[in-house]
Write a protein that binds this ligand. Structure first.
Ligand SMILES: C[S@@+](CC[C@H](N)C(=O)[O-])C[C@H]1O[C@@H](n2cnc3c(N)ncnc32)[C@H](O)[C@@H]1O
Length: 276
């Protein structure tokens, strides 16, 4: 494992996460009570604009019930559970962080979706799947943690069927270096941002055609402004997953967007011939 991956793994090492979630979720009902993916949306969508952004990316991905979807960097599994509930598809999540995978499995048992949604600990740079295994790959707020983008996008292309879709929703570099800490990095050691244009070039070079390309920076700024105006969120929330200083990390992302240092990109690509 490279130093960069080790640093990222350390950033997302959330000791005792499943136990903390069990405690926090008592606010929503007793342990044996089934929860819905919507109820968990307050703490399991680890990206700007939460469940709304996942739903929009899913629409662009044109998922259907017979599809097999891979969510790379699946976090605690919120996007995967939402996709399975909304579309009836099978979803596999992979994540570098063992504690996140453990928490994702626990939360999926709580929503009764374990037959449809599964999780594995693995690196996006070495996906444990055969070529052409998936119909859709999702990557939400993960690429900024990965330095070897050519390898990331080649791995994604490898596990997708020809003609299928890769949908990404990520933070991109705009006009300057970000203020740290941010939700994916306490220091520049775990942050590997590209501009939107460089992201597109890297994805297309791996064997994709661009289908949709959207600058979501303004929508993200509006979302942060609304969050700021509505005061501290009730518990449980993403701070339950990432720790008590998460609000400060998230506020810095809002500041970086406001100052034009960072942007938010939504893009969907079609898997072309690998040598195209
Ligand atoms: C900001 S969270 C986003 C989680 C999820 N996609 C979501 O939107 O709710 C980033 C996730 O990417 C994972 N990650 C970062 N680098 C990775 C890599 N090389 N391979 C697999 N997962 C990775 C982290 O462990 C973390 O769970």
């Amino acid at each position: 494992m490279s130093d960069a991956l080790d640093n990222v793994r350390d950033h997302y090492r959330a000791a005792g996460l499943t136990e903390r979630l069990k405690t926090a979720l008592r606010a929503l009902g007793p342990e044996e009570q089934r929860l819905t993916p919507q109820q968990l949306g307050v703490l399991d969508q680890f990206h700007t604009r939460g469940l709304t952004a996942t739903a929009e990316l899913a629409t662009l991905s044109r998922i259907t019930a017979d599809m097999s979807v891979l969510d790379i960097g699946s976090g605690v599994g919120g996007p995967a559970r939402f996709l399975a509930a909304a579309y009836g598809c099978q979803v596999t999540g992979v994540d570098l962080s063992e504690s996140f995978v453990d928490a994702a499995r626990y939360l999926t048992a709580r929503t009764g979706q374990s037959g449809q949604v599964s999780f594995q600990t693995a690196s996006a740079l070495e996906l444990p799947f055969n070529d052409g295994r998936f119909d859709v790959v999702l990557l939400q707020h993960v690429a900024m943690n990965i330095s070897d983008r050519p390898r990331l996008y080649r791995e994604i292309r490898r596990v997708l069927k020809f003609g299928s879709r890769f949908a990404t929703f990520d933070v991109v570099l705009d006009s300057g270096e970000p203020h740290y800490p941010v939700p994916w990095a306490r220091t520049p050691a775990t942050s590997f941002l590209l501009t939107a244009v460089a992201t597109r070039e890297a994805v297309e070079a791996a064997g994709f055609h661009t289908l949709a390309w959207q600058d979501d920076t303004e929508a993200a700024k509006a979302w942060f402004a609304q969050l700021g105006a509505s005061g501290p969120p009730p518990s449980p929330n993403l701070g339950t997953v990432m720790g008590p200083d998460f609000a400060r990390l998230a506020a810095n992302l809002g500041r970086n967007l406001g100052e034009g240092r960072l942007g938010i990109l939504t893009a969907v690509f079609e898997a072309a011939s690998i040598n195209a």
